[in-house]
Design a protein around this ligand. Structure first.
Ligand SMILES: Nc1ncnc2c1ncn2[C@@H]1O[C@H](COP(=O)(O)OP(=O)(O)OP(=O)(O)O)[C@@H](O)[C@H]1O
Ligand SMILES: [Mg+2]
Length: 275
């Protein structure tokens, strides 16, 4: 049986069991709030995914119709529309890739990575991979290493994903014509990690993020400016994936930002292997 306790503006659902115990009856109330919250999150997620997929799909269907009718014999329009269609299809592909990646990351979140990863090499190769994007946005990416060699326990593929997203965000939202600094700091004792840890920070001189958005950035699909993110090809899943990967590494993510000044996103990773 379901029972809802009403307290001012808050409802708390309970599942009620009635059991006979000799001459007495025992009523047990199990709070269902957490289970219902999970259900609501799942529904919101499905609604978000559907919406994100529908937007490019609607555009594609519209162009297909136009190409089959009005623009059938217009070579210039055809070329332009095909370009937009390719762009929309790429967006859908990226969204599906991110969704798959998110579910894979969630799946193995409880298993700590066991290999040792060369962080300096990894950061250099991520930056190299993003060179074309940085050049197109007129952003100079600088790598500052406090030491030449540092190996930390980690999953190389996942850490690549983390830094690729943070550096890409810095390029996309950090403002063109500016310098983006990726820094690997000297390992020190970090309270949050309860031991030796290393901080890797990505600092841009962009517009910054208002304080009330910061705590929500790691939510799935959360974007400060949906329109602008869409324009630069963002799905808003990047930081959600980053957060899960860092949790798996028992690390910590810190986003600091000031409007008009820029943003610094730091990842703290434990440097010692736990036996
Ligand atoms: N360095 C930054 N400066 C300003 N805003 C940022 C910065 N990094 C992230 N954001 C904001 O946080 C939002 C969420 O970032 P996230 O990486 O999750 O999504 P995205 O980059 O839009 O999409 P995706 O990473 O899936 O391509 C962005 O849409 C942007 O509004
Ligand atoms: Mg991103």
């Amino acid at each position: 049986m379901r029972f809802v306790a009403r307290e001012r503006d808050k409802d708390t659902p309970f599942l009620v069991h009635i059991v006979a115990a000799g001459r007495d009856i025992v009523l047990s109330f199990a709070d269902q709030s957490a289970a219902e919250d999970v259900g609501k999150m799942r529904r919101d997620f499905v609604a978000n995914v559907s919406h994100e997929l529908r937007t490019p799909l609607t555009a594609l269907l519209g162009f297909i119709e136009t190409l089959g009718g009005a623009a059938r014999d217009d070579a210039a329009a055809r070329a332009r529309f095909l370009g937009i269609m390719a762009h929309e299809a790429e967006r859908m592909t990226r969204l599906v890739d991110d969704l798959l990646s998110l579910s894979r990351v969630e799946e193995d979140e409880r298993v700590r990575p066991r290999e040792l990863v060369d962080l300096c090499g990894l950061l250099a190769s991520v930056i190299k991979g993003l060179e074309p994007q940085a050049a197109a946005a007129d952003v100079t990416v600088r790598l500052d290493l406090a030491q030449e060699m540092l190996r930390v326990p980690g999953d190389a593929g996942q850490l690549t994903q983390v830094f690729a997203n943070l550096i890409e965000n810095g390029i996309k939202y950090g403002g063109s014509g500016k310098v983006l600094i990726v820094a690997l700091h000297e390992p020190t004792n970090h309270l949050r990690l309860r031991g030796q840890g290393v901080q890797i920070s990505v600092t841009d001189k962009g517009d910054g993020i208002a304080a009330h958005h910061i705590a929500r950035l790691t939510e799935r699909f959360y974007r400060v400016d949906t329109h602008r993110s869409r324009e630069v090809g963002g799905t808003g899943l990047g930081l959600a994936i980053v957060k899960h990967i860092i949790n798996r590494h028992r690390g910590h993510l810190l986003i600091e930002s000031e409007l008009g000044q820029g943003t610094r996103v730091s990842v703290f990773l434990p440097v010692e292997m736990v036996s």
